[in-house]
Design a protein around this ligand. Structure first.
Ligand SMILES: NC(=O)c1ccc[n+]([C@@H]2O[C@H](COP(=O)([O-])OP(=O)(O)OC[C@H]3O[C@@H](n4cnc5c(N)ncnc54)[C@H](OP(=O)(O)O)[C@@H]3O)[C@@H](O)[C@H]2O)c1
Length: 222
């Protein structure tokens, strides 16, 4: 799949992009500045073995236009302007949001935007023709760079249609993670909020990588 990662110059998008490239996807890194996107792509390519498709990079609009699937990986405060800049390129594509709404300085306190979640706010902004799926909010970026490292955390996936969530479930699997259908998009409020809880747990335990596991689910994607 040709995947554009808006804000893929940051640690979260870059780490996911690296893992998806290893799984054989064509990854396009987006940035506000085309050169920064290209540089981040070149950095990932240096770490890729021969035989996997090379990552490329450009500005957010260019990569969104070229992609079949778009991932939003910018800070919450950048979500609205970033989507505004690419809106016309999203029609008919699934938008996967990894965004966590955090309200500095108390980033370990759950805070919900007026729409309920950043993902629902994104859905309101892009309109019904672009299904939004929330995923990867609980996966710490520090765990992503080493693809050999097994990540002890599940990916909770929220969206209103099964077929759109199936896309995110496959991407979780391709990144070496277990995805779990966590219900409709409105449930993203809890999943996004969980990240603030994890940040607090990280601070209190002086770690950077707490995660969540759902017990009792047998099969991958179950
Ligand atoms: N880091 C984690 O451990 C983690 C874990 C789970 C979820 N998340 C969520 O994933 C998203 C990305 O995380 P990240 O750590 O990769 O974020 P980040 O490094 O702070 O930002 C990602 C990219 O967004 C763009 N950006 C930053 N500020 C912006 C602004 N004011 N306006 C427009 N674009 C801006 C930048 O790209 P350009 O300058 O190249 O345009 C930046 O490289 C966030 O919503 C975060 O909450 C992060």
């Amino acid at each position: 799949v040709r995947i554009a990662i808006l804000g893929g110059t940051g640690d979260e998008g870059r780490g996911l992009g690296h893992r998806w490239a290893l799984a054989g996807h064509e990854v396009l890194i987006g940035s506000r500045v085309a050169e920064r996107g290209a540089q981040a792509a070149a950095d990932i390519n240096e770490q890729l073995p021969d035989g996997v498709p090379l990552v490329s990079g450009s500005d957010n609009l260019t990569v969104a236009e070229a992609a079949e699937l778009v991932v939003l990986s910018v800070p919450y405060k950048a979500q609205e302007p970033t989507l505004d800049a690419v809106k016309d390129a999203l029609a008919g594509k699934v938008l996967i949001s990894v965004v966590v709404p955090l309200k500095p300085p108390k980033v370990s306190h759950v805070w919900q935007p007026p729409a309920g979640s950043a993902a629902q706010e994104a859905q309101q902004q892009v309109g019904e023709g672009v299904p939004v799926v929330a995923a990867f909010q609980n996966i710490s970026a520090v765990l992503l760079p080493d693809p050999e490292h097994e990540i002890d955390s599940d990916v909770l996936i929220c969206g209103d249609r099964k077929e759109d969530k199936a896309v995110a479930l496959k991407l979780a699997e391709d990144a070496g993670l277990r995805g779990i259908d966590a219900g409709p998009l409105q449930n993203a409020s809890v999943v996004e909020g969980l990240t603030a809880v994890l940040i607090g747990i990280n601070i209190r335990n002086k770690i950077k990588h707490s995660g969540i596991r759902i017990t009792g689910v047998g099969e991958i994607g179950g």
